[in-house]
Design a protein around this ligand. Structure first.
Ligand code: UDX
Ligand code: ADP
Length: 463
C-alpha cells in the first residue's frame, strides 16, 4: 500500500471498546491509518461485512462512521503480527473479565489476554512503539506490560532491530457508555492520558486534539490514570445502588422514587444524572471494576475500604433478587405452569450487549420457580439469549415481537428501558394474556395509569 498516512495506529481487540473507539479515531483523523486486529475470525468478518446492519456491535451512529472510513483509513483484520510490526502506536483493547479460579478468583481481573497481547507486541513491534492501555485494568498493570515488553530483548534473537526496539506505556482509559458510545467518543467529558514521559503523552494527546478541545484532555501519571477509571465506575455504580436501596423504602412508605430522584438531583452538588432506579446495573464494567477495587484494597490491607465498596455489588444483587421475589409473591407464590413474558434482555437500552444483564439473574430466579419464560428484545439475537440458560425449548421461548411474547402470559416483566415499549399497543397485548394480567415495570418508565385503565395489574419499582 502506498504510504500516504502520517501515523500508523493498531488496536488489539475489535470488541465493544476497540471497534467504536478506533472507528471514531479513523473518522476524525483521516491522515492516520487505523488497523483493528482480533483473533476472533467471526468478529472480524462481521466488521468487514458488506451488509452494514451485520456489524458485530449495535451502536447508534456507528454504521455511518464505519461506512465512511472502512477501507479508507480504517481496516479490520486478523493479521495481528503484521499490523503490530507496522504500528507507531498500539492500543490494547482486549477483554479483562473477573478471574474465575486461582488467586483473587471472583474479584481480581484475568489478565491473560493482556499478557498475550503484550507478548505479541514485544515480539513483533519495530523501533519505538507507544503502547496504550485502553481496557480497564487493575492499577499497576502497566508495570506488568512494561516488564513483558522490556524483557523482549532477552527473548528475541539479538539483531540490529532488537536494539532499536523500545517502548513507552501510556494509560488512556475509555469512558464511553454503550448505547451512546459514538456520542461519548465524539464529545467526551474528558480524555484521560497517564504516562511517564511527556513525548508519549503528547503523541497520544495529539490524536484526540483532532476533535477534542485541549482543555478536556487531562494528563496524569500512569497510576492516577489507571485508578481513576476504576474509581469513576465505582462512583457511578454506587449512585445506582444508592437509589435502588431507596426504591425499596419508597415502596413501603408511599414515596415515589422518580420524585425523590428529581428532588435530590436538583441539588447541583448531587446532580441529576445516574439516579434512575431499576433492576440493578449490568454491563461488562461496573461489577468487574468494583470487585477489582475491592481486591486491590484488601491486597493493600485496607479491609474496611474493600468492605465498603463491596456493598455496592451486594445491593445490586439484592435488588435483582428482590424483584424476582416480588413477581413470585404477586403471582400467588407459585410460577409453575405459568408463562411470563420478559421484555428486554440487553443490560440497558440501545445496545445488543447482554453481559451481566439484570435480565439474566432475574430470569434464572423465575425459571427456578417453575416459570416458562417468553422473551422479546428488539436487538438481542435468539442465540444470545438461549446461551445464558441451560433450559429446554419447552421452558424458554424467544419471540420476534412483543405481542407474540405476551400471548397466554400471566405477566410481563419489563427489564430493559427500550423506548419502543412505551409505544406498544398495550390494549392488544392485554387481550392476548391470561387474566389477571400483570405488568412489572422494573425500569419505572411506562405509563402506569394507562396500563391500569386498560385493565392490567401494575407494579412499578419504587412507587
Ligand atoms: C459504564 C460507564 O458509564 C462508562 O463510563 C464505562 O466506560 C463503562 O461502564 P456502560 O456499562 O456501557 O458504561 O453503561 P451505563 O450507562 O453506565 O449503564 C450501566 C448500567 O447501569 C446499566 O445496566 C444501566 O441500565 C444501569 N443504570 C445506569 C441504572 O440502573 N440507572 C442509571 O441511572 C444509570
Ligand atoms: P471490550 O468490551 O473490553 O471491548 P470485548 O470482549 O467486546 O471486550 O472485546 C475484546 C476483544 O479482544 C475480543 O474480540 C477478543 O477476541 C479480542 N482479543 C483478546 N485477546 C486478543 C489477542 N491476543 N489478540 C487479538 N485480539 C484479542
Amino acid at each position: 500500500m502506498e504510504n500516504k498516512f502520517t501515523k500508523n495506529i493498531c488496536c488489539i481487540g475489535a470488541g465493544y471498546v476497540g471497534g467504536p473507539t478506533m472507528s471514531v479515531i479513523a473518522y476524525n483523523c483521516p491522515e492516520f491509518i487505523v488497523n483493528v486486529v482480533d483473533i476472533n475470525k467471526q468478529r472480524i468478518n462481521a466488521w468487514n461485512s458488506n451488509d452494514f446492519s451485520k456489524l458485530p456491535i449495535f451502536e447508534p451512529g456507528l454504521e455511518k462512521i464505519v461506512k465512511k472510513c472502512r477501507d479508507r483509513n480504517l481496516f479490520f483484520s486478523l493479521k495481528v503480527e503484521e499490523c503490530i510490526s507496522e504500528a507507531d502506536i498500539i492500543f490494547i483493547s482486549v477483554n479483562t473479565p473477573t478471574k474465575t479460579k486461582g488467586i483473587g478468583a471472583g474479584f481480581a481481573s484475568d489478565l491473560k489476554w493482556i499478557e498475550s497481547s503484550a507478548r505479541q507486541i514485544a515480539k513483533f513491534a519495530k523501533g519505538h512503539t507507544i503502547v496504550v492501555e485502553k481496557s480497564t485494568l487493575p492499577v499497576k498493570t502497566a508495570e506488568t506490560i512494561k516488564l513483558i515488553l522490556n524483557s523482549s530483548k532477552q527473548n528475541n534473537k539479538i539483531n540490529e532491530d532488537t536494539h532499536k526496539k523500545n517502548f513507552s506505556i501510556v494509560s488512556n482509559p475509555e469512558f464511553l457508555a454503550e448505547g451512546t458510545a459514538i456520542e461519548d467518543l465524539q464529545n467526551p467529558d474528558r480524555v484521560l492520558i497517564g504516562g511517564e514521559d511527556d513525548y508519549s503523552i503528547d503523541v497520544v494527546s495529539d490524536i484526540y486534539k483532532n476533535w477534542v478541545d485541549p482543555d478536556k484532555i487531562i494528563t496524569t501519571n500512569l497510576w492516577s490514570s489507571e485508578l481513576s477509571k476504576l474509581v469513576a465506575n465505582a462512583f457511578l455504580a454506587q449512585r445506582i445502588s444508592s437509589i435502588n436501596s431507596i426504591s425499596a423504602l419508597c415502596e413501603i412508605t408511599g414515596a415515589n422514587i422518580n420524585e425523590v430522584a428529581k428532588a435530590i438531583g436538583s441539588d447541583s452538588r448531587i446532580g441529576s444524572k445516574f439516579l434512575k432506579a431499576g433492576p440493578g446495573f449490568g454491563g461488562s464494567c461496573f461489577k468487574k471494576d468494583i470487585l477489582n477495587l475491592v481486591y486491590l484494597c484488601r491486597y493493600y490491607g485496607l479491609k474496611e475500604v474493600g468492605d465498603y465498596w463491596e456493598q455496592v455489588v451486594d445491593i445490586n444483587q439484592w435488588q435483582q433478587r428482590r424483584i424476582s421475589s416480588l413477581v413470585i409473591k404477586n403471582l400467588f407464590g407459585t410460577l409453575s405452569n405459568k408463562k411470563l413474558a420478559v421484555f428486554g434482555f440487553s443490560f440497558k437500552a440501545n445496545t445488543n450487549d447482554t453481559r451481566e444483564s439484570p435480565s439474566i439473574n432475574i430470569s434464572k430466579d423465575l425459571l427456578q420457580e417453575g416459570a416458562k419464560l417468553s422473551f422479546y428484545d428488539p436487538k438481542v439475537k435468539e442465540k444470545q439469549i438461549v446461551i445464558e440458560f441451560d433450559k429446554s425449548v419447552e421452558e424458554i421461548f424467544i419471540n420476534d415481537t412483543a405481542l407474540k411474547a405476551a400471548e397466554g402470559a400471566d405477566a410481563i416483566i419489563v427489564l430493559t428501558e427500550w423506548e419502543e415499549f412505551n409505544y406498544l399497543d398495550w390494549k392488544k397485548i392485554f387481550d392476548v394474556m391470561r387474566k389477571p394480567a400483570w405488568v412489572f415495570d422494573a425500569r419505572v418508565y411506562l405509563d402506569k395509569e394507562n396500563l391500569k385503565n386498560i385493565g392490567f395489574k401494575v407494579w412499578s419499582l419504587g412507587t
